[in-house]
Design a protein around this ligand. Structure first.
Ligand SMILES: C[S@@+](CC[C@H](N)C(=O)[O-])C[C@H]1O[C@@H](n2cnc3c(N)ncnc32)[C@H](O)[C@@H]1O
Length: 481
């Protein structure tokens, strides 16, 4: 009898290797096609994602148990070995079952000769626990801390270095961050204001979230089966993504506040929330008694705490603005259209403005980046990212941020956001801009996310998976003078 969960996990690994498939897009399709549900679907997903996340560790163990280096092993056999090692070192599958099912899989899918080799390697792997193997295969943490963390937590060296620099250098905190990257992220929903409510999501089985007033976590089940999600009144959205969009809407701006721009809107997560708030306002802030930033052309009311020497406090937007959502790629712009109701969505290059300079009151730049802040979501992403993409991304990030500052009027505000904590994509980009331009004031972004600890020293905000349970999202808030 075919072992469908393991065969499916193996097919996913092969598709990722051979066709550069995205695991989180292909897996649901494979499960549907093979009619795997419940425990079988859960097992197939865990085996595939766990193997992809852990293969940096597993390849070192395979190397120690074999007379061939992993790069000399045929890719179809290597993927099966990784799947077997994951079961042995990363799951509670009994060792005899982990070895037996993998050897069967290799015999059927690769060949009889290869199955004998797999049997010998996996029997050796099964003689030690994960911790015991790490003692042998991971570099000494004193002599080579980055190398140790890279093998122990299965991340490429360059990413360990980048995350260590971003998190502030400590070995223990870097280890906690890398460990959090290997956890399965919770499914978080957003109730788009005026279109759905958190109460509605809670009634559908979700649980309250810690930080965003519009968020709830879905502990199990298909988000698409929640009626508000199926009707695009709610959506799946990480809590930090919600919060950076909310922060942009909560900065007081003097005078007109009716024209908002999302410069890099696809696939539309932040645009969906911005469009709802632009249209219906921000009831959570208004109910909590924040000052109001009245929409519809009226001057913003004085914000709570505004007027002194310190940073102005957050305001709740009253509604009556319109969002323009720009996205370079046509198919992604179509997704933005599905996520929004009132917004005008255009396919456009944000660095070549299709609008007048100074036309907008608030601008979101959620710039293309390495995505190192969302490694939890895409199990294979850490092995695909390439540090050589940084210079080109950096040029684009700078061009988009400059374009955003041209698009915003004097007194208006720009949010620069990345789903990466890499310093070259975050504070370095903003720092360069501040050296080049004297018409920009940096706001302390923490002031617009009150009550959330661990966001950094300011003025920028950095969310972290190991501190907040969110993606590692970066936010800078800039006011045009
Ligand atoms: C990080 S994603 C934005 C995510 C989105 N804000 C959300 O919350 O769903 C960056 C987007 O910028 C788009 N992009 C890349 N270059 C662009 C450009 N020159 N102008 C506008 N959009 C661009 C990409 O296609 C991608 O969809």
């Amino acid at each position: 009898m075919r072992d469908e969960p393991r065969n499916t996990a193996y097919d996913l690994l092969r598709a990722v290797d051979e066709r550069d498939a995205y695991a989180n897009l292909l897996m649901p399709a494979l499960l549907r096609e093979r009619r795997l549900t419940g425990r079988d679907a859960g097992l197939a997903t865990e085996l595939a994602y766990g193997t992809l996340r852990g293969l940096g560790t597993y390849d070192e163990v395979i190397a120690a148990c074999s007379d061939r280096a992993p790069e000399e092993v045929d890719p179809p056999l290597l993927d099966a070995l990784r799947l077997g090692v994951h079961q042995l070192l990363g799951t509670r599958v009994p060792p005899h079952a982990a070895v037996g099912t993998t050897v069967d899989l290799v015999r059927l899918r690769v060949g009889v000769g290869a199955s004998k080799y797999a049997n010998a390697v996996l029997r050796r792997v099964a003689t030690r626990s994960r911790e015991q193997w790490l003692e042998i295969v991971a570099p000494d943490p004193e002599a080579d801390p980055v190398g140790h963390l890279a093998v122990a937590h299965s991340h490429p060296r360059w990413i360990v270095t980048a995350l260590r620099d971003a998190v502030g250098g400590g070995f223990d905190e870097t280890a906690a961050l890398l460990a959090a990257d290997n956890e399965r992220p919770r499914v978080t929903l957003v109730a788009r204001p005026g279109r759905a409510s958190v109460e509605e999501l809670l009634l559908a089985g979700a649980r309250p979230a810690a930080y965003s007033p519009y968020a709830a976590h879905l502990p199990e089940g298909d988000p698409g089966s929640v009626p508000a999600v199926a009707e695009a009144r709610a959506a799946v959205q990480d809590e930090a993504s919600q919060l950076v969009a909310l922060a942009l809407t909560r900065v007081p701006v003097p005078g007109r506040d009716t024209r908002w721009l999302d410069l890099c809107a696809g696939p539309g997560g932040k645009a969906g929330l911005l469009d709802a708030i632009a249209t219906h306002g921000d009831p959570a802030a208004l109910d909590a008694g924040a000052g109001t930033a009245a929409g519809a052309g009226e001057p913003a009311a004085t914000a709570a705490g505004a007027g002194g020497d310190g940073p102005e406090g957050p305001v709740g937007f009253g509604g009556g603005a319109r969002l323009l959502a720009a996205e370079l790629q046509y198919h992604r712009a179509r997704l933005v259209r599905q996520a929004t109701r009132e917004a005008v969505v255009i396919t456009a290059d944000g660095t070549v403005p299709a609008w007048r300079a100074g036309a907008f009151d608030r601008v979101m730049v959620d710039a293309p980046c390495t995505g190192l802040g969302a490694l939890r979501r895409r199990p294979e992403a850490r092995w695909r990212r390439d540090p050589r993409s940084l210079p080109e991304l950096g040029r684009l990030q700078r061009a988009l941020l400059d374009s955003a500052l041209e698009a915003v009027r004097s007194g208006g505000v720009v949010a620069y956001v990345t789903c990466s904590p890499h310093l070259a994509e975050t504070s370095t980009v903003v720092g360069d801009l501040l050296r080049r331009r004297d018409d920009v004031e940096v706001l302390d972004a923490r002031a617009y996310l009150p009550g959330i600890e661990g966001l950094g020293e300011g003025p920028y905000v950095q969310f972290w998976p190991h501190r907040h349970g969110t993606d590692a999202m970066f936010l800078a808030l800039l006011r045009r003078r």
